[in-house]
Design a protein around this ligand. Structure first.
Ligand code: SF4
Length: 418
């Protein structure tokens, strides 16, 4: 019996594709010639914010151009579940090509047929100032993403979140030859978002970026971006978006809400629920914002944006990373679920990204918990979502969540409550 079948036996209530997606997300995937081949035309790694690979595959430098690394960023399973590709030579998974089909193999055994999205045409276009558009924005499925800044000030003092690699990714992408700047002109952002929307495959957008020690400056920056992008979104059928930032001040939230005219949500990622673990895993956020202020901001955001339009991300698994979190998986899971339930009781939607030992993070050399941990926790999260009749956020969908399974649960279990 292979490991996928063993997992299916342990979690018979969870759809097979969620088990497979979770396992591939946890273990990564080995580089193979098929990936380089598909990278010639598939939606590529742009390193827009995070390098998801655990390690750099040998040919990456030779596969990098001014705009991207010619390796696919995500793949679809046969049932269309979107799975992020994080390269790791230790993984038992790889993609092989044969007779025009791509197969996901566990060891030598094929476990699914996979496909890749085409590279957007606008990745090849330039703005009037000469910026290659793929260095200004990028897609993840049907999500358009752009950043206020590719630099987080918490790295300056070593207080960055332990799972984060935003600054090392910026440096690495520049070393590889990608022409990304730390900040970008608003005209470039507007032109790029307009070109992406005009091509017709954008269902949502996100404005995010590194954190500022001064949250008022951060809030002002997000206001500028929200105003400009919401204006473009309104010309293409009011595409919903999300501001994914630190917990903002009330005045900034009110302005962003007005600018979005009902089509903007906010996500303030607390990342970890337990107070002491939060201080260890997110020391910058803990010191400069503080957990209480963060939670108060989330509650205020519900007053302003409405229940179901405020999101809080958890980096699930951080709570049990050795040296940082709970010693027992039971303790970590209980704490995270308690935090998620606290959110749901107050109209805040918790989303769950799996922690990874990505290159450039302080977790790089630490082994995350096994797939079983993520499956067990995410199943319980879904049960809470059903119990509280929580809606899914408008600003995301199943086609743009490659490292999380919220929408896969909703789609595959077709719960009448969601
Ligand atoms: S606040 Fe944390 S997660 Fe956000 S950019 Fe900075 S280090 Fe990364």
């Amino acid at each position: 019996m292979n490991r996928l079948e063993q997992l299916q036996r342990k979690f018979p209530h969870i759809p097979r594709s969620i088990i497979l997606k979770t396992d591939v997300t946890r273990l990564g995937i080995r580089h193979s010639p098929a990936l380089s081949q598909a990278g010639a035309w598939a939606s590529p790694q742009t390193l827009i914010i995070f390098d998801r690979d655990h390690e750099e595959p040998a040919p990456r430098k030779s596969l990098t151009t001014e705009g991207w690394v010619s390796l696919p960023q995500e793949m679809h399973l046969q049932d269309s579940s979107l799975v992020g590709l994080s390269l790791d030579s230790r993984s038992p998974y790889q993609v092989v090509e044969g007779e025009g089909r791509y197969l996901l193999c566990l060891g030598e055994e094929s476990v699914d047929e996979v496909s890749f999205d085409l590279m957007p045409r606008w990745y090849h276009q330039r703005t009037r100032s000469g910026a290659l558009m793929s260095t200004v924005g990028a897609v993840c499925g049907d999500l358009f993403a752009t950043l206020t800044t590719n630099h987080c000030q918490y790295f300056n003092t070593g207080e960055q979140c332990r799972f984060c690699c935003i600054n090392p990714t910026t440096t690495r992408s520049q070393e590889l030859g990608i022409g990304r700047t730390i900040t970008r002109a608003m005209e470039d952002v507007v032109e790029t978002f307009t070109a992406a929307c005009a091509e017709g495959n954008i269902g949502h957008y996100v404005i995010t970026g590194g954190s500022f020690v001064d949250r008022r400056k951060e809030g002002a920056t997000y206001q500028r971006f929200a105003s400009a992008l919401a204006n473009v979104a309104s010309r293409f059928g009011n595409i919903p978006g999300v501001v994914f930032s630190q917990a903002l001040e009330e005045e900034d939230m009110r302005r962003i809400h007005e600018m979005g005219a009902g089509n903007l949500e906010v996500c303030f990622p607390l990342e970890v629920w337990d107070e002491r673990v939060f201080e260890r895993v997110c020391p910058g956020k803990a010191r400069y914002v503080g957990r209480k202020t963060w939670l108060d901001s989330l509650l205020k955001a519900v007053d302003i944006f409405g229940a179901g339009k405020v999101i809080c991300q958890f980096i699930v698994g951080s709570e049990v990373m050795p040296g940082y979190g709970f010693a027992s998986w039971e303790g970590g899971m209980k704490s995270t679920l308690e935090g998620m339930e606290w959110m749901m009781e107050r109209g805040i939607i918790p989303i769950a990204n799996m922690v990874r030992a990505a290159k450039g993070t302080l977790f790089e050399e630490i082994e995350p918990p096994p797939t079983e941990y993520f499956l067990a926790l995410d199943w319980e999260r879904h049960q809470l979502m059903v119990k509280y009749n929580m809606p899914a956020p408008r600003s995301r969908c199943r086609g743009c969540r490659p490292n999380a399974c919220e929408y896969d649960y909703v789609h595959l279990l077709t719960s009448p409550a969601l």
